[in-house]
Write a protein that binds this ligand. Sequence first.
Ligand code: NDP
Length: 295
Amino acid sequence: MNEVLFESDLDKINLAKAPLAVFGYPINHSLSPIMQNKALEFLGLNESSIYYKFEVKPNTLKEVLPSFVAKNFRCINLTIPFKEEVLPLLDEIDDFAKMCGACNTLKIEDGKILGYNTDGFGLENAIKVKFGKTFWNACVLIYGAGGAAKAAAFQAGISGAKKIFIANRTIEKAQELAKNLRENGFNASSFEPNWAGKVDIIINATSIGLKDTDSSICDFSIFSKEAVYFDMVYAKQRKLNSIIEAENNGLKCSAGLDMLAWQGAKALQICFDFNEEVLFKVGKIMTKTLEDCIQ
Ligand code: NDP
């Protein structure tokens, strides 16, 4: 079940199964239905639930969402460009999504839409599983100041990072995000290269790397070899140039596939309320499914 559907397809799908979905524009590339349906199968829920992907046009969420609520969709994930557009449409929003100003997971209960953000959890858990590191007491450098960077920065903040540096092409946005973090009580500032030696965790939360011609996000020789590099971008059958450069400088690295899996596992946990042990198994299954897809 990985074909792209549209709102006009709603009458054609099997609503005997409690449906789940991801909305995006574009959405064709999304691997979410493959990993989510695999996890539903593992949970023994594939007879009662099914996960679809829908192409929804930007700025139409307000008109489109009620049709899905009326059809008893249980959970909807959101990717570009809906994470902010959805905010005024929510009945309730959890504290972390509010802090980030972005929401990637909707749970629909008794006709009410509850909003969550699982990107921060997805990132931190991917870092934990890949490197055995957490944000606690770490000095974290984030490249980017868009939605994904905000989730990364606030997750680092709530998980006890001792310092959060922001670097971004548009410097004003880096300064604004750092200010926002400080206003929430976190120790944050724009990045200055003379701090590079102190950085423990480097994160790419920009779009650099999506194109195979994109060069490395930075010169990794300025960092300690003990630092780790997590790139939120992932690519089919090619290594990102930033990862090549970071590895050449002795850093341990990971691309963004694990984050995609762990944010998806957390979203499914929100939807079905399973425990942490099951969450761990679901995350592992999703990671393996995605790895198989991109090989
Ligand atoms: P946004 O559009 O909100 O932000 C994009 C960011 O990338 C901005 O900081 C922008 O800088 C920067 N940027 C874009 N192009 C360039 C460039 N050519 N040179 C330098 N900086 C650039 O996107 P998101 O925050 O939603 O997503 C960012 C990335 O994270 C995407 O690649 C996305 O696929 C990935 N992602 C991965 C996830 C995963 O699960 N693995 C989850 C969520 C996101 P400026 O402010 O100057 O425009």
